[in-house]
Design a protein around this ligand. Structure first.
Ligand code: ATP
Ligand code: MG
Length: 393
């Protein structure tokens, strides 16, 4: 009997010993989570070096493949036909797989057996299945290089999987294999992409947003919520905290030299993020900064902000050009939301000439004059954590 399945391929690199089973379990859980609406848990199972998801139809297998390709850790997904380990049936299934791959003119068979308890070698399988197909398909041609359709015939455990097409996955590591980070998430272009990059390397992300409320309407919190939804199929950005920050910016703008305002906004954000990270048991903070992109992102200013942090601040976009970030945002689907007009705390009380080379002693002197501890306590005593999507584990 032919069944439709998706074969999920992942990198084996660095997956030795105990690590490997932990990695596989997390990946399976994340796949099941991403498919919870279309394929129940029982349909995801382990297969030597792969994960297998069974589907009801080829169309459903394609939909599953599309969703699974977005999950960190997945390198490739193939929509396959599963059949018994009998030569005749394998040939028939290869023919069916080619029919699904129309239109094509040239093809080639690429057979593999994962276990040698199957009596026919890969070379022989290539020849036998290839010859059988040639007879059934007199109008098509076999071609060894640059063929239109390559029919993969894989004998794995007790079954055979036959497929022509695979789609590329996002790569990386399964979410949950690298701990948690707190990402300072604005409604702009950069930080959602930074959050995504951390998810792709296996981190769970708590998003921390500072809005201009109550000085301006809370549009940015709404947009950040939407952005989190867009990123949620990957399973990593699972918690979100929005902080009304406008009144503190007002205080800073009234008490700090003009040009230092932006640095002070960032430093207060980081002071709050320190507390949030401790509560969230996070190992690092993350921002969307890229070196020299705007006045606040010079080496001197980065240093002035880093001083406040009790954890490492990771900046996955530090060496990335704006255009590359835009391209990535377009691919992820965050671009449109990120470019919507909104007031947030970034637009509030902005100085005319922001400092580009903050002097640490000047910053420290002004910092001393503010009731920072009291502000941080006030802000962190009223935090509300929202769950995004549904937690996996
Ligand atoms: P983005 O596109 O992420 O908004 P940006 O180019 O606007 O970044 P900045 O305004 O200098 O750059 O912000 C630098 C980083 O500080 C952001 O990438 C983000 O991580 C953090 N950040 C800025 N504003 C906010 C905010 N309102 N809430 C949370 N984090 C913020
Ligand atoms: Mg911004």
């Amino acid at each position: 009997m032919t069944r439709f399945v998706c074969l999920v391929h992942y990198h084996e690199l660095g997956l030795k010993g105990r690590n490997r089973s932990v990695f596989e379990r997390k990946l399976r859980a994340n796949i099941a989570h991403a498919l919870r609406e279309i394929a129940p848990l029982s349909k995801v199972s382990k297969l030597a070096g792969r994960e297998r998801v069974t589907a009801d139809s080829f169309e459903q297998a394609q939909e599953i493949a599309q969703r699974v390709s977005l999950i960190p850790g997945v390198v490739r997904v193939s929509c396959a036909l599963q059949c018994e380990r009998e030569l005749e049936i394998m040939c028939e299934t290869a023919l069916a797989a080619l029919e699904l791959a129309e239109p094509y003119e040239t093809f080639k068979v690429d057979a593999r057996r994962a276990n040698t308890n199957f009596p026919i070698s890969s070379m022989e399988l290539n020849q036998l299945v290839g010859a059988w197909l040639c007879e059934k398909l007199p109008q098509k041609r076999v071609q060894m290089r640059d063929m239109d359709a390559k029919v993969h015939v894989e004998v794995i455990e007790n079954n055979v999987y036959v497929y022509v097409h695979s789609i590329r996955g996002v790569g990386g590591l399964p979410v949950g294999s690298s701990g948690r980070v707190v990402c300072l998430l604005s409604a702009g272009l950069d930080s959602p992409v930074a959050a995504w990059r951390m998810m792709r390397r296996g981190a769970r992300v708590t998003g921390l947003h500072f809005s201009g409320a109550p000085e301006v309407p809370d549009t940015s919190s709404y947009l950040v919520g939407e952005l989190a939804q867009v990123l949620s199929p990957a399973g990593g950005l699972d918690r979100l905290i929005c902080v009304p920050f406008g009144s503190y910016q007002r205080e800073i703008s009234l008490n700090v030299p003009d040009k230092l305002r932006v640095i002070f906004y960032r430093r207060l954000m980081v002071a709050v993020a320190n507390v949030v990270a401790k509560r969230e048991k996070a190992g690092a903070l993350v921002t969307g900064e890229s070196l020299g992109q705007v006045a606040s992102q010079t080496l001197a200013n980065i240093r002035a902000v880093d001083e406040v942090a009790t954890l490492p601040i990771l900046r996955p976009l530090i060496g990335t050009d704006k255009q590359e970030i835009i391209d990535e945002a377009l691919r992820l689907g965050t671009y449109e939301l990120s470019t919507q007009d909104h007031d947030d705390c970034c637009t509030l009380f902005m100085p005319r000439n922001p400092e580009t080379h903050a002097k640490l002693d000047e910053v420290a002197a002004a910092w001393e004059t503010l009731p920072i501890q009291q502000w941080v306590s006030e802000i962190t005593s009223e935090l509300v954590v929202r769950a995004v999507g549904q937690d996996v584990e």
